[in-house]
Design a protein. Structure first.
Length: 314
């Protein structure tokens, strides 16, 4: 199969028939073999009934329905598990992503050798103060921390080589960090394409301010786990050593000062309590590192690595 189109949705009953018809026109014109996987993230309207109706008319349409709302990341993760096409394309169900972008996204993966291509909505129709400024700051921060030069990490329109989506796990608010997940998994060729952003035709946005707070917390988590997930002691041990050495030097200073000025009691100096605090923090960091190592070494995926090729081995 050429293309799997994964569409997470929440309360989008009005847009689904038009979206599926548009996708069908595009892939038919391009002579692609395809499937459309629609993940209903606990909708409270008639979205699932619409999906079942569309499925009865087009066998290429498949559906997954969550019992309750789990979030976009969970929906994408289940869609990735179900996908079987050589190229996986994700898009939102609100009609703001254009299916006309599908052929070029497919070409960039299949012919140009990209592992992943992220859309860039260079011209937007929702440039409100509450969305534009936080989004620009979020993208800037993600570029700085991940060293991936994309303009729009949160664009829902993306294309992947099938191997990429089978090697990553998306949870929490991690859908906006899929390029980072792909990079940590060893997929280096990540491209970007300017895509059309259309005005919302049906419904209202499902995201609020809280997504930015959760997003930055998830960015911190993924950066740490990506670097130190299999070697936590390298992080905690480094900072623990720094604190312990600093505390030891403070104590050494106090001891030397006591010989120089015997009349001053060591415990009367603020540096004494600061040094104790610093050494306690260093000790706690070491304990955290040891506990992290115990968890890491006893986890099922402790020796799970992505191997691209083998030769001479079964």
């Amino acid at each position: 199969m050429d293309i799997s189109i994964v569409v997470p949705l929440l309360n989008e009953e009005e847009s689904l028939p038009e979206l599926c018809a548009w996708i069908e026109r595009v892939v038919t014109a391009g002579n692609f073999s395809y499937e459309i996987i629609m993940i209903d993230d606990g909708s409270t309207d008639n979205s699932w009934a619409v999906i079942e109706q569309l499925r009865s008319k087009n066998s290429h349409i498949k559906g997954i329905r969550f019992q309750r709302n789990y979030g976009k990341s969970a929906a994408l993760n289940e869609g990735f598990k179900a996908a079987s096409g050589n190229v996986v394309i994700t898009m939102d169900a609100d009609m703001q992503d254009s299916p006309d972008e599908i052929p070029e996204l497919y070409r960039m993966i299949a012919n140009d050798g990209y592992d992943m291509v992220s859309g860039w909505k260079k011209v937007r129709y929702d440039n409100t103060l509450t969305k534009n400024i936080p989004s620009k700051f979020f993208n800037w921060a993600t570029r700085r921390m991940s060293h991936i030069q994309l303009h729009d990490f949160n664009c829902g329109l993306k294309a992947y080589r099938i191997k990429v989506v089978k090697c990553i796990e998306v949870y929490g608010e991690m859908h906006r960090y899929i390029p980072v997940l792909a990079k940590w998994a060893g997929f280096k060729k990540i491209g970007e394409k300017v895509v059309e952003h259309r005005k919302r035709k049906y419904g209202t946005t499902k995201f609020g301010w809280e997504r930015f707070v959760n997003g930055f917390l998830d960015l911190a988590s993924i950066t740490f786990v990506g670097k130190y997930g299999k070697r936590p002691m390298h992080f905690f041990g480094l900072w623990g050593s720094a604190f312990l050495i600093t505390g030891f030097l403070m104590v050494l200073y106090l001891v030397i000062s006591k010989f120089i000025e015997p009349e001053y009691a060591i415990t009367n100096r603020p540096v004494f309590y600061i040094s104790l605090t610093v050494m306690i923090i260093g000790t706690l960091l070491f304990i955290a590192g040891f506990l992290g190592e115990l968890v890491s070494r006893n986890s099922p995926g402790r020796n799970s690595y992505l191997i691209e090729k083998k030769t001479g081995l079964n």
